[in-house]
Ligand binder design. Structure first.
Ligand code: 2IT
Length: 448
């Protein structure tokens, strides 16, 4: 057996020193591709993995802005345009203080396979800044977004690169960036997704990621003879993704008992399953404080556990929706000990590689984020289609397409793992199914 995969992992580590999150995803994805490389020696001859792990283009730029005290602030801006073999670069922008190239590259690399899995014509990219919108005024956020777009606009376009939101970038930020793009270019076009409904946004986009995760989880459960209805669910996070997931879980008759933030987690044994409680998640996020503790003051009977993660709570299904590596080995052990059978990742790269291996070795079915959370970007692509066609779909039309896409992704993951590993392993299957389409396109397009 060739050691092509090992050599490429090593090369990527050497070329991107210190970028541990990027190393983590490359190691995880490439390792699972070994049987594919054995079956297709032509990929090695074409330097496919060396090319795949090197972004086609990376842009870093200065983002200067003036705060409310008149002081000049300077942040770093990034856009890594990773792979355009199957479509224009597509992926979100993350504004968070821990953003550095290792984070954006991990997200961009994951996005290649995720976008491929949707079956839609979108390549992979990701961007962002070390700017923290929490605690900033609307005016500060607007000035930052305008400055960010004043550089980014020259690199993007509806057929080139189409950014969207991610952590720290929601409707408000997308709106300010879109306004600045339009002012500079004088073009009203689908250059960003996640826009407001009054100016080209797509119905259902806000909840698409969360809905998609639950539809994916539903398929995982069905494939293993179970159903969502009646299940107890531990969710983490309290942002857009958790909100959408909680809403769909409520509709399907599951009981969500936790949410979490950087400050700790909330346990609400009565269930976070009333319209009021679910809507309150949006209010909490909108407060700009990035804490979930106020939930316990608002809803009697719920408890706040400071500084802790919710994985210590027993449940049937765990859905991490906060951020990367939120499930570490000690968390994986707690989840296994709870007797649960299912973990469906909502946040990008929710689990460390060690945690995934431990959970799988102990019989847990893991739905990997690049498959399970693909509903967000799939809906973004539906938004691009509406913008290009100067049309608008109804909520029902969007939900119907999204649901079918999530069912299709689960099937593609199951089929690919069956073909190359002879078993039901959605983690490996997602990597393989996502990879094969991109590989085919790259082979067809020559050494570029
Ligand atoms: O991680 C993701 O897929 C996103 N943040 C959404 C990307 C998009 O272009 O809608």
């Amino acid at each position: 057996m060739s050691n092509y995969v090992e050599r490429c992992i090593e090369l990527c580590k050497q070329k991107n020193p210190g970028e541990v999150e990027f190393h983590q995803t490359v190691e995880e994805v490439l390792t699972s591709l070994k049987p594919v490389m054995d079956a297709h020696p032509e990929y090695e001859a074409a330097g496919l993995l060396e090319r795949l792990t090197e972004p086609e283009r990376g842009i870093t730029f200065r983002v200067p802005w003036v705060d409310d005290n008149g002081k000049v602030q300077v942040n770093k801006g990034y856009r890594y345009e990773f792979n355009s073999a199957i479509g224009p670069y597509k992926g979100g922008l993350r504004f968070a203080p821990n953003v550095y190239p290792g984070i954006i590259k991990f997200l961009g690399f994951e996005q290649i396979f995720k976008n491929s899995l949707t079956g839609l014509p979108i390549g992979g990219g990701k961007g962002g800044s070390d700017f923290d919108p929490n605690g900033k005024s609307d005016g500060e956020v607007m000035r930052f977004c305008q400055s960010f777009m004043t550089e980014l606009y020259r690199h993007i376009g509806p057929h080139t690169d189409v950014p969207a939101g991610d952590i720290g970038v929601g409707a408000r930020e997308v709106g300010y960036m879109y306004g600045q793009y339009k002012k500079i270019t004088n073009r009203f076009e689908g250059v960003l997704t996640g826009k407001g409904l009054s100016y080209g946004g797509c119905k259902g986009r806000a909840e698409a990621t969360g809905f998609g995760i639950v539809w994916y989880a539903e398929e995982m459960l069905k494939a293993n003879g179970e159903e969502i209805k009646g299940k107890t669910v531990v969710l983490s996070g309290f942002g857009n993704v958790s909100w959408g997931a909680a809403w769909k879980l409520q509709q399907l008759g599951a009981k969500v008992i936790t949410i979490s933030g950087p400050d700790g987690y909330i346990l609400d044994e009565a269930g976070i399953d009333t319209d009021e409680k679910i809507a309150y998640l949006l209010e909490l996020r909108g407060s700009g404080k990035n804490i979930c503790a106020p939930y316990a003051d608002k809803f009697a009977g719920s408890k706040f556990f400071a500084g802790k993660k919710p994985w210590e709570v027993k449940a049937d299904l765990y859905i991490p929706c906060a951020t990367q590596n939120e499930i570490r080995i000690e968390d994986a052990k707690a989840i296994v000990a709870s007797g649960a059978k299912f973990v469906c990742e909502g946040s990008n790269m929710s689990s460390t590689n060690e945690a995934i291996a431990y959970m799988q070795d102990n019989g847990i079915i893991v739905g990997p984020s690049k498959a399970a959370n693909a509903g967000g970007v799939a809906c973004s692509c539906i938004e691009m289609g509406q913008n290009a066609g100067h049309t608008v779909f109804t909520n029902e039309q969007v939900y119907e397409q999204l649901h079918q896409i999530m069912v299709g992704i689960h099937q593609a993951c199951a089929d690919a793992s069956q073909k190359y590993y002879g078993k039901y392993d959605l983690v490996k299957g997602a990597n393989i199914a996502g990879f094969l389409k991109v590989a085919d396109a790259m082979m067809a397009q020559g050494i570029v």
